[in-house]
Design a protein around this ligand. Structure first.
Ligand code: ADP
Length: 452
């Protein structure tokens, strides 16, 4: 029952309820019905006995009995007796003995020959003849048979009623729950597409479900506003920080250019310059991501030599690899061209290779590869560095997520891979990471040659 959907649970409950109700109603009707049938049979029996007296006549002291007296009408057998109890005329059912004593004006019940019988006796005084008794007998078993038939009919009808009510309940529940399914589908689509501008927009009677949908819509409205404000805030703050940061950097340059500084002061200015550069990098990453959030980040597509881009980034970073005595090996296929955004694709290589250098120990090895197969271009960066645990691996694409922040300096903010993923997907490609903690990592991306 726990695993059933609400639709099936309600259908089951309603059907159970209707079955129980139908069963109770049928049982009560049968009980009352059988009682009244038996009572009316007794009335009929009495009536037939009293009618029997009207079929008797006395002429010249002898009794004349109508031939209809012996007919079995409405299942009632009539028999007439004189005062001493001798049978004068009429019929008794086959195998019925007359050993049952006369009891006037009461309906007796007797079981004989495997059947149950109602017996009713009455007597009357006939002029010129004397007392005459009439006994009426009718079978209760025949009635019971009729009742049994009725019960059988009810038992056939009951499953039909259950089936019919189940079908009815199901369609009723489905109709009632349709708006709930609509809300669920809309909410799921909003989640999957991460589109807070969508609304459920349920129209119709203002019932509880429509009110729920309206509440949900107004909640979405507030959420969307909050997210927009947050995006705007990030964008505004980043813009505001750019100017003071560039002033700090240019002041540092100026100070370092002057010869009046002591060695100690120079070191301090270098530290300030270093931090300011990291901050500038962070601000530009934040600006980039806030532009992607606000859908303002556009691609400037042009036909590019992707091989050249990869090699120039490698050249630029070779010095940093050499500082850590890391061997930087390239397996780059010549003359791979594609339609893409040059600045963004440079940033893609830069981030992946910078990460590989940052997360590989001294004396390590990094392989950078690029090749084309049909219309798909595949690039990869492989290192034998510190690796990423399986637990952290899915989270590295999240903003500000750093698997092991103690291993890197403040220039690593945890925004690089979010940007990388956006760049690859904006070019219609995909990216994945494989890694084993302590053994190294592999980042592989695939881009289509022609951006659609
Ligand atoms: P960060 O600026 O901190 O490097 P990224 O978004 O580029 O931010 O990376 C997120 C996290 O993924 C890093 O903090 C690091 O823990 C992990 N990571 C990325 N690249 C590698 C790699 N080549 N080897 C090991 N860990 C990596």
């Amino acid at each position: 029952m726990k695993k059933l959907s609400l639709k099936w649970k309600l259908t089951l409950l309603y059907t159970l309820f209707t079955t129980l109700l139908t069963f109770i109603i049928l049982a009560v009707l049968l009980y009352l019905g059988s009682g009244s049938i038996l009572a009316s049979t007794q009335d009929q029996l009495k009536e037939r006995v009293f009618e029997g007296f009207e079929m008797l006549d006395v002429r010249n002291g002898s009794l004349i009995i109508d031939s209809d007296f012996s007919d079995v009408e409405s299942g009632v057998y009539l028999s007439a007796y004189d005062e001493s109890g001798s049978l004068l005329s009429g019929r008794v059912p086959y195998g019925f003995t007359s050993s049952i004593s006369f009891q006037e004006n009461t309906v007796q019940t007797a079981s004989l020959g495997g059947s149950t019988w109602y017996i009713f006796d009455a007597s009357s005084e006939l002029r010129d003849f004397g007392t005459i008794r009439i006994r009426g007998i009718c079978s209760v078993s025949a009635l019971e048979e009729e009742l049994r038939l009725l019960i059988r009919l009810a038992l056939i009808l009951l499953p039909l009623i259950i089936l019919l009510s189940a079908i009815l309940c199901f369609s009723l529940v489905r109709r009632t729950l349709r708006p709930v399914f609509h809300i669920t589908r809309a909410a799921r689509e909003i989640c999957e597409e991460k589109d807070l501008s969508r609304r459920i927009g349920l129209k119709g009677n203002r019932d509880e479900i429509t009110i729920l949908a309206e509440t949900f819509d107004s909640m979405l409205e507030q959420l969307q506003e909050a997210f927009e404000r947050q995006k705007q805030f990030t964008s505004d703050v980043s813009h505001e920080l750019r100017t003071p940061l560039s002033v700090i950097l240019s002041q540092c340059d100026e100070l370092l250019g002057s010869s009046n500084l002591t060695a100690e002061e120079k070191t301090a200015v270098h530290t300030i310059q270093d931090r300011a550069r990291n901050l500038t990098r962070l601000v530009s990453q934040l600006l980039f991501l806030s532009r992607t959030d606000q859908k303002r980040q556009t691609l400037t597509l042009e036909s590019l030599d992707f091989t050249l881009i990869a090699r120039s980034v490698l050249e630029e970073l070779e010095m940093f690899a050499a500082e850590k005595k890391i061997s930087l090996e390239e397996e780059i296929q010549d003359s791979i061209t594609l339609l893409g955004d040059e600045t963004l694709l440079m940033r893609l290589w830069m981030n992946l290779i910078e990460n590989a250098i940052a997360y590989t120990q001294e004396g390590g090895r990094i392989q950078v590869g690029l090749f084309q197969k049909d219309a798909a271009i595949t690039g990869y960066v492989k290192d034998n560095g510190i690796g990423i645990s399986q637990e952290d691996l899915p989270k590295i694409w999240e903003r500000f997520y750093r698997a092991d922040s103690s291993r890197t300096d403040s220039s690593h903010s945890g925004l690089g891979l979010s940007m990388v993923r956006w760049i690859v997907e904006a070019h219609g490609g995909t990216i994945r990471a494989e890694s084993t903690k302590g053994k190294g990592s592999l980042f592989v991306f695939t881009l289509p040659k022609e951006n659609s």
